[in-house]
Design a binder for this molecule. Structure first.
Ligand SMILES: C[S@@+](CC[C@H](N)C(=O)[O-])C[C@H]1O[C@@H](n2cnc3c(N)ncnc32)[C@H](O)[C@@H]1O
Length: 285
């Protein structure tokens, strides 16, 4: 079978994330609590301040766009862009609840940004860039829409062995499936896990002052069952693998995932470490 075209990858992403949008809304408070630290890190690395006009790429249900809107205030503005309209519908509802009038959400593709050159003081992105079919093209687009001197701050997943809550279900599912060796350059959760990969693409696109750091933290779940349920509700790539199993295999895989997750129990909660690659870069003046 020929590899999928860029348009097919983008459409598959749209369908995948639309499918899990209600799961993201259901688990919103949980992920807000567990990942707020990363939103603050991105807002800091993008050097956001009052009055800035900001673009958030692959905003999903509004991270870190909603925090950015609070930081830039009524004199500033934030546009959250995403290919999945159902994810953005959740983000819009949250913006309304928060009383934020300076944020709007638009459907669109990160590799073909529908904005003029030099439109934004800063660009942010959390957990999106590794899903793009052509990351260098997105880097060129980011460099184009930034104002001279403007910063990009992006977060992508780091190495699988440092992210056991994501690796564990994949390893279990692989026991049931004869999966081909993954193409290292294909879009996916760990596509940008290698140190320097994203930074090199941003440098190639003309951005400077590159900073890359591994952001290490922990998230916790009340139980292994909650962990499993949240994964299946929100992690579209893992859900895709699970649907390739028979119903019987799915039940077995669930039991194995829940049992293996118990290894991360600390007293009354499961505590997983996680590792994120945070990359920042600036458009030259
Ligand atoms: C894991 S979610 C992250 C959402 C949010 N930024 C967060 O951290 O919670 C990935 C998001 O990237 C979006 N996405 C994937 N490919 C895209 C593309 N080519 N253009 C725009 N958005 C895209 C998906 O629709 C999805 O909402």
């Amino acid at each position: 079978m020929p590899p999928p075209t860029a348009q097919q990858i983008i459409e598959a992403q749209r369908q995948d994330w639309n499918r899990v949008a209600s799961g993201w809304e259901k688990w919103d408070r949980f992920f807000e609590q567990n990942l707020a630290c990363l939103n603050h890190r991105l807002v800091a690395d993008a050097r956001l301040r009052t009055g800035h006009h900001v673009l958030d790429l692959g905003s999903g249900t509004g991270y870190p766009a909603l925090l950015a809107a609070q930081v830039v205030g009524p004199q500033g503005s934030v546009i959250g862009l995403d290919v999945a309209e159902s994810m953005l519908a959740v983000a819009s509802r949250k913006a309304k609840t928060l009383g934020l009038a300076n944020i709007t959400f638009h459907t669109g593709d990160v590799t073909a940004l529908p904005f003029g050159t030099g439109s934004f003081d800063a660009v942010t992105s959390r957990f999106c860039v590794m899903f793009l079919p052509h990351i260098p093209k997105a880097a060129t687009e980011i460099a184009r829409v930034l104002k001279p001197g403007g910063w990009l701050a992006a977060a992508v997943w780091s190495a699988p062995d440092k992210n056991p809550s994501l690796l564990l279900p994949m390893n279990v599912i692989k026991q049931f499936l004869d999966l081909p060796q993954p193409d290292q350059n294909a879009p996916g959760i760990f596509r940008l896990a290698q140190p320097g990969d994203l930074a090199a693409m941003l440098h190639e696109a003309g951005l400077t002052d590159l900073m890359e750091q591994e952001f290490l933290a922990e998230w916790s779940y009340p139980s292994a069952e909650d962990y499993y349920r949240s994964l299946m509700d929100i992690a579209a790539p893992i859900q895709n693998l699970m649907t390739q199993l028979t119903p019987q295999q799915q039940r077995e895989a669930e039991q194995k995932i829940v049992a293996a997750a118990e290894a991360y129990r600390r007293d009354r909660a499961l505590v997983f470490p996680f590792a994120v690659r945070v990359v920042a870069a600036r458009k030259p003046l």
